[in-house]
Design a protein around this ligand. Structure first.
Ligand code: PRP
Ligand code: URA
Length: 209
């Protein structure tokens, strides 16, 4: 059974509050997206596998703990998930990076896949899927479906803001994955936008619209 972790750290909450403000421009929004992703990575990698290694410090011989296993795979959902990758890499610089391209139809809100490329040996890696917004959950469910169809097993989904509807949909469709949420908002509006949310994450990261 996976876990659902709602991050309630003041640094994360404060930065998300600035992101929500419509007066926050592209440059600051992009920086904040990276910073929140970095802070969330600290928590998401808390249970990484460790092994003992023997070393010599300048003072003595010592058995120390180091992370073990294959390098993690970061698989952002394009486009907005890209904005979180640099932040995750800043704490896990050796991670491999794959991509899943999905866009949400503006009328039906259904996700459509247009690109996918995963690191090799995906079944042996811890996989982090970043996407700033978990709204209906359709994009996240489809991304996890795809990664599992390619052999992915140890999956962590990371979003900055979730709607209760999306969190329910993702955790019911994939009860085995871990889900990390920066802030849990109130509801979806009639256009399937998160309320209060922060608007269109992709447009705000990349300055489109
Ligand atoms: C946004 C967001 C998620 C998706 C969430 O992407 O980044 O991928 O919507 O909505 P859902 O939970 O209802 O599926 P969008 O489709 O706007 O594409 P973009 O990242 O290219 O802007
Ligand atoms: N996608 C976004 O970027 N924002 C929302 O509120 C919902 C979906």
């Amino acid at each position: 059974m996976g876990k659902i972790v709602i991050l309630d750290h003041p640094l994360i909450t404060h930065k998300i509050s600035i992101m929500r403000d419509k007066r926050t421009g592209t440059k600051d929004f992009r920086t904040l997206t990276e910073e929140v992703a970095m802070l969330m990575t600290y928590e998401a990698m808390r249970d990484m596998p460790m092994e003992t290694k023997h070393i010599s410090t300048p003072v003595a011989e010592a058995d120390v703990q180091v992370m073990t296993g294959k390098k993690p795979a970061i698989v952002p959902i394009l486009r907005a998930g890209l904005g979180m990758v640099t932040g995750i890499l800043s704490l896990s610089p050796s991670s491999k990076v794959g991509h899943i391209g999905l866009y949400r139809d503006e009328v039906t809100h259904e996700p459509h896949e247009y690109y996918a490329n995963l690191p090799k040996d995906i079944s042996k890696r811890v996989i982090i899927i970043p996407d700033p917004m978990l709204a209906t959950g359709g994009s996240a469910v489809q991304a996890v479906d795809y990664i599992k169809s390619k052999g992915g097993k140890n999956i962590k989904f990371m979003c900055i803001i979730a709607a209760p509807e999306g969190l329910k949909a993702l955790s019911e469709a994939h009860p085995d994955i871990d889900i990390y949420v920066g802030a849990l908002d109130d509801h979806l509006n009639e256009n399937a936008y998160i309320v209060p949310g922060l608007g269109d994450a992709g447009d705000r990261i990349f300055g489109t619209k």
